[in-house]
Design a protein around this ligand. Structure first.
Ligand SMILES: CCCCCCCC(=O)CC(=O)SCCNC(=O)CCNC(=O)[C@H](O)C(C)(C)COP(=O)(O)OP(=O)(O)OC[C@H]1O[C@@H](n2cnc3c(N)ncnc32)[C@H](O)[C@@H]1OP(=O)(O)O
Ligand SMILES: NC(=O)C1=CN([C@@H]2O[C@H](COP(=O)(O)OP(=O)(O)OC[C@H]3O[C@@H](n4cnc5c(N)ncnc54)[C@H](O)[C@@H]3O)[C@@H](O)[C@H]2O)C=CC1
Length: 717
């Protein structure tokens, strides 16, 4: 094994053309050199390879040197080739390793075929080699989920031959020296049969049903199953042809572009910018060594769980002992469930240790925390009272965060002596599961506060998105017109199940009515009562279906007046098997109620087709997105898209609402909004936003250029 035969794969990310050429040249040289007896392939700087540069897939010049012939070249080498896997071996990187005759991995290395997550499949023969090496069930699991598996699991699966704690390269060279002269035929995966299963056909059929159900319209997982099926049914070369065909389909499907856009959007939002030029590059976070959560209701208990999981000691506070005990039980249950999912279990989380998690009703215990997250009822007076108290009790540097869904951050901050340290941290339910953390800065919020909240998001393994302060911030503000349209559609003749079906077929995890039943109709009702839109404070003589000269639907209020709060009461837009039940069934009572309602208000019921349902709901949400961008509440469309994908169940393969608008075509979105707005002139949410009109007027530039067409920098930025 001479020095010249060691081929170094260069960068962790393959600069494809350069790397592949170097690999090919090196292999050919090694093969031709009689002094070389074996070959070892490794990465530089402790990383094998994270695969192809994703940006290359959408570049018109992507067809450079293809990977498959090089993987074949490795496999057909007459000299043993050993992969030394450190760091990661992902995508094309793992496919290179699969071409090798032996694989040695460092114990901390991770391996995976994540192509499915960017809308593709392993297109360099990975779908054909992996099942031959580790069997169909394990290969299918890796290929259809894209998960990264640790080296220990890879060893159990037979994906690697050896794992080492120390020098991987030395171990790989040792192995290479040991196997010189041994037959290579049995090590060439393309020559191996796929291990048989007694029930292969049934297994593949079930796998397909399962991935289709989970994929919600995303093509890649389904085509991954088809590619693996080809490996079980066809000789290697034919399987490879099928893999290439399916890869081509995915590459041109549009979904791959959407998913790759989402990959980069999620990373782009880390580079936040805020008023006065402060940004991620200049602001430094404060350490959070201890945190507190106030209110252990639906949100607070999930937030506590998240903090404990991130190893941040927490003080959990409630208003009285009764609520405290209820909250403690709920938190403990969540933590026990989380511990069961983790290696090392409860010991790792250590939540029975009062130094890590303390329950109290005593505000004075918050005197030494670095950060407080308030999650009490959505009531401005209550929140102000709490923030006033906090500013007296907490140490001077402590960050004061509110989990409000919509209230004004500046007003909350005004109750404190440190408005620069007040910030919105808007979690999504269930808070220990949902990845989004909307971070809202107020007029006085300091760059350090924003940086600390972003750092917190990272520590909690969430995606933090920094946005400006307005009613509902970004996510809920865009949601209001969407839900409003859904309810208007019921007034006009549709049914909850019809509207939900259209949006679920589009790819949403859950339609607006099922979502409203899950979250509880009473939440919105309380907020509308506070705003004087319904209830006792509504001025006498207000028309039933109008507020402030605009169309209003009292339907959700009427349901609440009947005690129909959704799942919790067993009835809402649907009926459930019991209070707290989860199976939604269309409710004949509601259908009668809707007909009577239309009769009472003289509404002529009409058939509403799927296109209108989809367009009115989605385009009104997108229209609000343009308003948000124009006002400078968010610094780019990627922010809105990341919020929708991670907080609202928007289908990732459609890239988020603003990306979706760009694929539909802005002129079409504008034309449809104009049409619906003319039909419903009393609905401001359908009136096309001026920024959308402007973008269409300048011939709909690509999404990444949109912000440069805003004539002014908003004072919010
Ligand atoms: C018919 C011909 C067929 C040819 C078929 C060829 C088939 C292929 O060859 C298929 C492929 O490999 S597809 C690519 C598969 N690899 C992946 O999906 C890995 C994606 N990356 C990761 O998981 C994490 O970034 C990773 C685990 C690597 C690192 O995570 P970290 O949290 O440490 O870092 P990040 O913040 O995520 O990333 C750091 C910066 O790198 C950028 N980046 C990461 N992976 C990339 C990738 N694969 N391509 C391009 N850029 C990538 C990332 O955006 C970030 O950039 P900045 O935000 O600018 O810092
Ligand atoms: N439920 C949801 O899906 C979401 C709610 N939010 C927001 O999170 C906040 C909390 O909402 P939920 O958890 O749903 O409410 P919840 O009603 O389930 O819980 C609120 C908790 O706060 C406690 N509390 C009230 N006054 C208190 C005081 N003075 N001191 C200590 N604790 C007190 C209550 O005892 C109760 O346990 C609200 O601002 C809400 O708008 C934000 C995102 C999603």
């Amino acid at each position: 094994l001479s020095k010249s035969s060691q081929i170094v794969s260069g960068l962790a990310l393959i600069t494809f053309k350069l790397f592949l050429q170097a690999l090919e040249d090196g292999l050919k040289k090694a093969d031709a050199d009689p002094s070389v007896k074996a070959v070892m392939i490794c990465g530089e700087n402790g990383k094998f390879s994270a695969g192809a540069d994703i940006r290359g897939f959408s570049s018109p010049k992507r067809h450079g040197v293809a990977l498959s012939p090089i993987v074949s070249l490795i496999e057909s080498s007459e000299k043993p080739v050993v992969a030394a896997i450190e760091g990661v071996a992902l995508g094309g990187g793992l496919e290179v390793a699969l071409g090798c005759h032996y694989r040695v991995a460092h114990a901390k290395a991770r391996m995976g075929l994540p192509e499915v997550t960017i809308g593709l499949l392993p297109g360099a023969e990975g779908t054909q080699r992996l099942p031959r090496l580790i069997g169909v069930p394990a290969a299918l699991d890796m290929i259809t989920t894209g998960k990264h598996i640790p080296a220990t699991e890879a060893l159990k699966l037979g994906l690697v031959d050896e794992i080492v704690e120390e020098n991987t390269i030395e171990a790989a060279i040792r192995l290479a020296n040991k196997v010189i002269g041994q037959p290579l035929e049995p090590r060439r995966l393309s020559l191996k049969p796929v291990p048989k299963l007694p029930n292969m056909e049934a297994f593949l059929r079930e796998a397909l049903v399962k991935v289709k159900r989970q994929a919600r319209g995303c093509l890649a997982p389904e085509l991954c199953v088809q590619a693996v099926r080809a490996a079980t049914e066809r000789p290697f070369a034919e399987g490879v042809r099928r893999e290439r065909e399916l890869f081509g389909l995915l590459l041109s499907s549009g979904q791959a572009q959407a998913l790759q856009y989402a990959f980069f959007a999620e990373r782009a939002v880390r580079r936040w910018a805020a008023p006065g030029g402060a940004s991620w590059s200049s602001a430094a976070p404060q350490p959070v060594r201890k945190a507190a959560v106030i209110g252990l209701g639906t949100m607070g208990r999930g937030i506590v769980t998240s903090l404990v999981k991130a190893n941040i000691p927490v003080v959990a506070l409630e208003q009285d002992l009764e609520y405290l005990n209820k909250g403690r039980k709920a938190v403990m249950l969540l933590l026990e469930r989380e511990a069961m999912k983790m290696e090392g279990g409860a010991q790792t989380l250590d939540f029975h240790n009062p130094a890590r998690l303390q329950f109290t009703v005593d505000f004075d215990l918050l005197c030494d925390v670095d950060l407080v997250i308030e999650a009490v009822f959505e009531n401005m007076a209550l929140k102000k009272e709490i923030f006033h108290k906090l500013s007296k009790i907490c140490k001077p540097g402590a960050l004061l965060c509110t989990n409000t869904s919509a209230l004004n951050i500046d007003e909350i901050a005004s109750a404190t002596n440190r408005p620069q340290q007040v910030i919105g941290t808007h979690f999504f339910s269930p808070a220990h599961v949902m990845r989004l953390l909307e971070i809202i800065y107020g007029r006085h919020t300091s760059p350090t506060a924003i940086a600390t909240a972003m750092q917190l998001a990272k520590a909690l393994k969430k995606v933090g998105v920094v946005v400006g302060n307005c009613f509902g911030f970004v996510g809920n503000r865009m949601m209001f017109p969407y839900v409003q349209q859904a309810v208007f559609l019921l007034e006009e003749g549709s049914r909850p199940e019809a509207v939900d079906q259209v949006l679920e077929d589009f790819g949403f995890k859950i339609g607006p009515f099922r979502m409203s039943d899950l979250a509880g109709l009473d939440v919105g009702w309380r907020s509308r009562k506070e705003q004087g839109l319904t209830g006792p404070s509504l001025a006498a003589g207000t028309p039933a279906r109008q507020r402030h000269g605009q169309r209003y639907s009292p339907l959700p209020d009427l349901l609440c007046e009947q005690g129909r709060f959704g799942q919790k009461t067993g009835k809402g837009w649907y009926q459930y098997e019991r209070a707290g039940g989860r199976t939604a069934t269309p409710d004949p009572w509601l259908h009668d109620f809707l007909s009577q309602y239309r009769d009472t208000h003289g509404i002529q019921s009409r058939f509403i087709d799927q296109e209108e349902i989809l367009e009115r709901c989605l385009f009104s949400l997108i229209n609000e997105g343009f308003a948000i961008l124009a006002e400078g509440i968010a610094s780019g469309p990627e922010h809105l898209d990341v919020i929708y994908i991670n907080g609202y169940g928007w289908p990732k393969h459609r890239g988020g609402p603003m990306f979706y608008a760009s694929t539909v075509g802005l002129p079409r979105v504008l034309a449809k909004l104009q049409k619906y707005s003319e039909a419903h002139p009393d609905v401001p949410g359908l009136r096309p936003n001026a920024f959308l009109k402007k973008l269409v007027a300048v011939r709909s530039p690509p999404l990444k250029e949109w912000m440069s067409y805003l004539s002014h920098q908003s004072p919010k930025l």
